[in-house]
Write a protein that binds this ligand. Structure first.
Ligand code: FES
Length: 119
């Protein structure tokens, strides 16, 4: 198996091509403390497992990142395909994004810090 074939097999194993949304979550250290980032990541992982186990909900892919270049009032995240950027993702606020946007496709407008839908 070539390197590219191995990478394709890994992508297929991860379900690439079957996701409805992708969230990139910054776990700090500049927009939030590493502890806040780790807590948010743990919360998101549990939510993704729950949502992806539900056949009537869109499938979610999650990625943690080291910086989204906002570096203010995080944790910070961006959700695609909408290109919705969120800030101040305390546990309570992240739960709202999970339940309203990731599970049901409704932007949480009061937590939006920017929008950049990709064409
Ligand atoms: S450290 Fe989170 S946006 Fe820069």
């Amino acid at each position: 198996m070539t390197d590219l074939e191995a990478a394709r097999a890994a992508a297929e194993k991860r379900g690439i091509g079957h996701y409805d949304r992708h969230i990139f979550l910054c776990i700090g250290p500049d927009c939030c403390t590493p502890e806040e980032g780790d807590r948010a990541w743990g919360q998101l992982k549990k939510a993704a497992a729950r949502l992806n186990g539900s056949p009537d909900r869109g499938r979610l892919y999650r990625t943690k990142v080291g910086c989204l270049r906002i570096c203010e009032s995080g944790p910070t995240a961006v959700v695609y395909p909408e290109g919705t950027w969120y800030g101040c993702l305390s546990p309570e606020n992240l739960e709202r994004v999970i339940n309203e946007h990731l599970a049901n496709g409704q932007e949480v407008q009061d937590l939006v810090i920017g929008r950049n839908p990709l064409p």
